[in-house]
Every structure is written in C-alpha cells, then in structure tokens.
Design a protein around this ligand. Structure first.
Ligand code: IPD
Ligand code: CA
Ligand code: CA
Length: 281
C-alpha cells in the first residue's frame, strides 16, 4: 500500500494547527457547549471549528482523498480517506482537563496508512507510518521511537479503559468488565481519551486498553501506532479489529496477556442481562 504520495509532516502540521485553535478557543472561553446523546456526550464550538480546519487543510493538500470526520460523519466513498476526530476527549477538554487529543488517520479501506495524534495541552505529537514505525515528538523536536511493554501477565499489567455514553441506559456498559479487571490487574485507569489510551499502550506506559462501542475516528491513528510499536489490536473474539467490531482489545501483543484479556471479557460478560455488542463467540 503506497504511503509515499502522503507527507507525514503536512498531516502533523494540520493536526498541530487544529490543536492550537482548540487551545485558543478554550482560553477565550467556550460558548455553545451542548450534549449530543446526553450531557455526558458533549460537542463544543471547538470540535466543529477543529473539524472544519482539518477538513479544509487536508482537502487543499490532497483534493482526491475522502474525509470521514466525527462531527459531519458521512462515511466516505473514496478508496483512500482521512478518519478524523477533531477533539478526542471533549468532556475533558470542556472541563479544562489536559487529557484530550486531535486525531487524524489515513486509511485505504480498513488498512491504516498514516496516523497522527496531537496532545495540544503538552505539545506532544505521536505519529506512525505503515511499515516505518511509531514515534513520539516533544515540543522541542526530539523524537523517540515507540515500543510496547513486555508485561505478560494480567496481575502485572496496568490497564486503561473507557465507558460508553449509553452507560445509564443498559447494564451492558463495561462496568462488569471493569470490575473483573479491577480485582485482577495491577491497576485500571479511565482517562477519557481513547486516542491517548492507545498512544500510551504504544509507548509502553499501559500494558493494554479495552473498550466497547468506539468509533473509527477514536481508534484509527492509535491502532496503526500500536501495531507499529509491536502491539496487537483485536475485537472481543480475538479477530483483527475492524471499524464495526464493537469491542476492542489493544495490548502489548504478549500472547499470555492478550489471552487473559479475552478470557476476562468473556467471563465478565456471562452474567449480563442483555448485550449491546455484536455476538461474541
Ligand atoms: C470519547 C473518548 C472516551 C471514550 C468514548 C469516546 P469523544 O471520544 O475517546 O475516552 O470512552 O467512548 O467517545 O466523544 O471525546 O470524541
Ligand atoms: Ca472520540
Ligand atoms: Ca470527538
């Protein structure tokens, strides 16, 4: 799959510009913060402005490539397309918590070719190119290759997860899985940005991340970064993760740990009164 016509620095600059915009909009005082599905699922004027900036900038650089952004959400018809989350972690952003990101992935169908995640509050950039590795770059321009951790047992694994916006409406809301792992892992965190959760598995800080009901824009760049850093990303059946998988397990790729995660998800879900996920074998 060719990545050569695409310049990673162009994509990084666009994500950084969007990051600067959302930082400035927060400093200026956010207006028009509203709930989407409910008050725990927010969209702000900065999400919309960031998506517009990214869309226009990518179109100016690559006019034939499609665009799939969270806020406009029109699945693309083009063979090559961008997958964009203009702010991942909007609830954190709106509350002034620094853990949020701008996400841009380039896809050829289900295959990720480029991924960029920027954390505007720290100025850190994380990026990957298929076949060329995953990297973290500091605001000073120092760059380091990312590698996953070597932790191979659940009892020694620091995990991260997140909860769906329908959590008050159904018992299938990740609380059973959370309780299972909370008692068996080294620790479980819930940071509020799937994009940064994936980056932090790719960098070795977390041994694994799991979550249900994520969307392509939450996952696209981080999935490529994780794979390029040596990790493994599957659905809850252990099959390769796809846009419509429903559940996601992103680990450091250690076979024993990934197996314990799959078993844990299955065991925890046995007691659920209803399932809101595609069937699990
Ligand atoms: C959300 C964040 C959060 C995850 C949610 C996502 P948003 O994205 O990634 O960590 O738990 O499932 O929807 O709504 O802030 O772009
Ligand atoms: Ca998101
Ligand atoms: Ca978002």
């Amino acid at each position: 799959m060719p990545t050569s016509p695409f310049d990673i620095e162009t994509v990084i600059t666009i994500a950084q510009n969007a990051g600067q915009l959302v930082l400035q909009m927060h400093r200026d005082g956010l207006r028009n913060v509203r709930g989407k599905s409910n008050d725990g699922d927010l969209v702000t004027e900065a999400d919309l402005a960031s998506e517009a900036l990214i869309r226009e900038s990518l179109y100016a650089a690559y006019p034939t490539v499609g665009f799939w952004g969270e806020e406009s959400n029109k699945p693309p018809q083009e063979e090559f397309f961008w997958v964009v989350d203009p702010i991942d972690g909007t609830v954190n952003y709106a509350n002034g918590l620094a853990f949020y990101a701008v996400n841009i992935g380039l896809h050829h169908g289900e295959t990720g070719l480029l991924g960029v995640t920027v954390q505007p509050s720290t100025g850190h950039v994380f990026w990957a190119k298929r076949g060329e590795g995953a990297y973290a770059r500091t605001p000073a321009g120092e760059q380091q290759r990312l590698y996953v951790s070597q932790v191979d047992q659940l009892a020694k694994a620091l995990l991260t997860t997140g909860f769906p916006y329908h959590r008050a409406e159904s018992s299938d809301n990740n609380s059973a899985e959370f309780n299972y792992f909370l008692l068996r892992a080294q620790g479980v965190r819930c940071m509020g940005s799937a994009a940064l959760d994936l980056v932090n598995v790719a960098s070795g800080a977390f041994a694994a991340f799991w979550e249900g009901w994520l969307n392509p824009w939450d996952v696209a760049p981080g999935a490529l970064m994780l794979q390029e850093a040596g990790g493994l990303i599957t659905d809850y059946n252990g099959q390769p993760w796809r846009f419509n998988s429903g559940g996601l397990i992103a680990s450091n790729g250690q076979a024993g740990l990934h197996r314990e995660l799959l078993e844990g998800i299955h065991t925890a879900r046995l007691g659920l009164a209803e399932s809101r996920l595609p069937s699990i074998s």
